[in-house]
Design a protein around this ligand. Structure first.
Ligand code: ADP
Ligand code: MG
Length: 600
């Protein structure tokens, strides 16, 4: 007997569901895509228990006839493709014809639908992919799909579901993304009977951006627009001073589809030239419209990945449009952007010094002496040029090379600065370069950590409290962080829906912009997940505070200021690395330098 069998349809649908229906949010995505494809102008998403017990999408789109409704739940049944050439010119969000049967195979699904011209509607009831009932029913024009008890017959999948807030977060992201891309559509999201979002049709996409991502996201954006050889680009990009540490603030839509595409991201960053710091990303809401036959959307079942047939053309178009927008924004006739952070550099360090209570180690009398011993170069004696700094290693207190060791009394003397970024020091037989930002970051990080344990972080009340408007997801996170941030000296209060006021900041951050820091903290936690490890999240917040408060690169310092940095770094528990693990200093032994000059 043959061992190979054709799988029964219900089973093959379940297998397809494995690819298409990962979690409740994927059901929401597929069903909303169907509603958009059906030309709806109003889409209501109702969810119960994070989508575990109920997901219901109601739209006012075209609806289906009884025959079409019955076909729609069959595998590979679609109204969106007729021939194989259509597959390479898809102008709808769906095309695979597998969402409805896949979802139906792992849930209890009811479909109610009516075409405008039909006198009555059709109701179809399925359970685990099996058709139970088909009825004629009264119904408004449009379609309503109700999915109950998702994964009731696939317990293995159910186990992978996360908590209700996590699943709800994913659903909310899906709706936010779609609503950003389709500003003319009214979207409503209801969870356990309460309305979470209600975005009525926006006159222009900019209004939708403010609705969804918050005012703080949308201020500081500039518009871009271009049309070139069939590719049209439009959207908003952030001024270079407004950046994020991740690409989470980049939203890209290709012909209305939310996509993740590295090439597009790369082009966006490229367009900023040297204006962005390393590791920083701009904010962007970018709409790309390309002829359907120049984009392949059939790359992955979830349809979020795409391929462009004229990659380079799109890349160049993005770089050109964004650079042109930036140049336009930077024209001197425009109101100059507010300068951020302290501008008089030495003043900043003095400020940091005065307002931040360093424990300056007393010299002599038993306390660790300032400018005490310096250990020779750790291990290696390079043959020619010195090795680049060691690659990233998470700092472990035990294996840190100590920069200063107590028994020796070789002084570490600052000589000057290199590139206004590195402090050049001489110490006995060694030439040392200190990375001033990394060193100061380490100093602030340890001080903040110590003081927050003792709940003694010196704070400064803001004369004018700053308001912060966030997106829904960010607001949820920030709300949870409020008590801990208060311990760190950042006093924040909830102020209406998704809005906050910042009332005080730690002294180390006085004179610095507080909002970008708070947004970065929230973004970071959004990426790593808050519930996973609260302590870790808070530690990341401290590191960000240290980073924002620290002396910057390109900041000139006086010799006295350099000496203070050296002194304070000496007092640190882990002086050789900044909190992110980058080295704070590198050194060249005199011997090595002499060898390079062929003196020995
Ligand atoms: P696809 O969207 O890939 O075609 P689906 O399984 O998601 O496949 O849907 C199958 C078909 O059912 C669609 O092609 C469409 O004709 C019809 N359909 C699904 N949802 C709706 C809706 N909300 N309104 C009107 N027609 C719908
Ligand atoms: Mg579909």
């Amino acid at each position: 007997m043959s061992r190979i069998r054709i799988l029964p349809e219900i089973l093959s649908n379940k297998i397809a569901a494995g690819e298409v229906v990962e979690r409740p949010a994927s059901v929401v995505k597929e069903l909303v895509e169907n509603s958009l494809d059906a030309g709806s102008t109003r889409i209501v998403v109702e969810v119960e228990k994070g989508g575990r017990s109920l997901i219901r999408i109601s739209d006012n789109g075209s609806g289906m006839s009884r025959d079409d409704a019955l076909l729609s739940i069959e595998r590979y049944a679609t109204s969106k493709l007729y021939s194989d050439s259509d597959l390479f010119a898809i102008d709808t969000l769906g095309f695979r014809g597998e969402a409805l049967p896949s979802i139906a195979s792992v849930s209890k699904l009811t479909l109610v639908t009516r075409e405008e011209t039909a006198e009555s509607g059709t109701e179809i009831v399925l359970e685990g992919g099996k058709l139970l009932k088909v009825l004629e029913t009264g119904s408004p024009c449009g379609t309503q799909v109700t999915v109950r008890h998702l994964f009731f017959n696939t317990p293995a999948r159910q186990k992978f579901l996360k908590t209700i807030p996590t699943e709800m977060g994913h659903i909310s992201d899906v709706i936010s993304n779609m609503a950003l891309g389709w500003p003319k559509i009214h979207f409503k999201l209801i969870h356990n009977g309460s309305v979470l979002q209600n975005w009525s049709a926006a006159a222009d996409p900019a209004g939708r951006i403010t609705d969804i991502l918050g005012k703080d996201f949308s201020t500081g954006l500039f518009p871009i627009k271009s049309e070139n050889d069939g590719v049209s680009l439009s959207g908003w990009m952030s001024l270079p001073r407004i950046t994020r540490a991740s690409s989470q603030g980049i939203f890209v839509f290709v012909n209305g589809r939310v996509v993740r595409n590295r090439m597009v991201q790369h082009a966006l960053i490229q367009a900023y030239g040297g204006r962005l710091m390393k590791g920083q990303f701009p904010l962007a809401v970018l709409f790309i419209a390309v002829p359907c036959d120049q984009v392949d959307v059939n790359v992955h079942p979830s349809k979020q990945e795409i391929r462009f047939s004229r990659q380079q053309h799109i890349y160049d178009a993005i770089v050109a449009a964004v650079s042109a927008g930036l140049v336009h924004e930077e024209k001197p006739s425009w109101t100059p952007a507010k300068v951020h952070g302290p501008t008089t550099l030495s003043e900043n360090l003095v400020r940091a010094e005065n307002k931040y209570p360093y424990t300056v180690p007393a010299s002599g009398d038993g306390a660790p002496a300032m400018g005490s011993g310096l250990k020779p170069a750790p291990a290696s004696t390079p043959a020619s040029l010195p090795d680049p700094p060691a690659p990233f290693r998470p700092p472990k207190p035990t294996d840190q090379p100590q920069l200063w060791e107590k028994p020796q009394t070789v002084h570490l003397n600052p000589i000057g600065q290199f590139f206004n970024s590195y402090i050049i020091c001489e110490s006995g037989e060694n030439l040392i370069l200190l990375d001033q930002h990394a060193a100061h970051e380490r100093i602030l990080y340890e001080k903040l950590a110590d003081k927050s344990m003792e709940r003694r972080i010196p704070v400064q009340r803001l004369l004018i409290p700053e308001t912060l408007d966030l997106g829904y997801r960010q607001a949820l996170i920030l709300e949870k962080l409020i008590p801990d941030l208060c311990r760190y000296g950042i006093e924040i209060e909830l102020f209406g829906k998704d809005s906050f006021v910042i009332k005080s900041v730690p002294m180390v951050l006085s004179g610095r912009e507080i909002k970008p820091l708070v947004i970065e903290m929230v973004d970071h936690i959004m990426e790593t997940g808050l519930t996973a490890n609260m302590e870790k999240s808070l530690d990341a917040c401290l590191k960000l505070m240290a980073c924002h408060g620290a002396i910057r690169a390109n900041q000139s310092l006086t010799l006295a200021e350099m000496a203070t940095v050296i002194k304070d770094l000496e007092a640190c528990r882990i002086s050789a690395h900044c909190p992110h693990g980058r080295p704070t200093w590198i050194q060249w032994p005199k011997q090595e330098i002499e060898r390079l000059f062929k003196r020995t």
